[in-house]
Write a protein that binds this ligand. Sequence first.
Ligand code: PEP
Length: 246
Amino acid sequence: MTKQKWVLGNWKMNGRLAANQALLSQLSQIQEHEHVAVGVAVPSVYISSALQAAAPTLVGAEDVSLYANDGAYTGEVSAAMLADVGAQFVLIGHSERRQYFAEDEAVLAQKYANAVAAGVLPVLCVGETLAEREAGQAEAVVAKQLNLLQAATLLKQTVLVAYEPVWAIGTGVVASIEQIAQMHAFIQQHVLSLLNNDASIRLLYGGSVNADNCAAIFAVEHVDGALVGGASLKYDSFAQIITAAT
Ligand code: PEP
């Protein structure tokens, strides 16, 4: 998976079979991009059906269980199960998981490790709240969230990180080009130091990316793509973002 740019959608808790199939079959007609990996993270109940309709679009999960092995964990979906149905990647630590499900660094480190062990590519989501940014804590918060890579990444494969300032997710308020450039440079340097300069890193920006602002964001140094929420639910806007990345 050595594409230069990555455009991943995050459907969150949206979708129904018929609408999913319609959207994915439109996406599948976009010619495979030599330099852009396109994917959608979907509710786990839809992964199998999405995989049938989506190729060459990648299909991933939005979350994975903390528990690695089969057992008495009612309602959970393990990394091994995601791999079994063919999920190609999984979001780890989306801010909505951190906020609504109290996922802390220890939980996320375990989830990340479970994904790696099962061969499902983890996409680590990091980002500060507005209060943290205003307190001058943005880089410190993100650094702390990145630290799990040190223990979890025993792999020699691409490390995917999505920088998603919490205040920009679903708000229509996109981070400024300067804020994105500064944070992506910081993340690049911090991850390289964590992994002893021994990693291929892809950094995605997420937070109110749309068809109008994506080109300027993709032009920023160390921006290797986008994680797209709302705009990934509509073919036109998602297709325009994919085109801007090519
Ligand atoms: C997201 O859910 O990761 C996201 C970035 O959402 P939106 O694009 O809607 O801000």
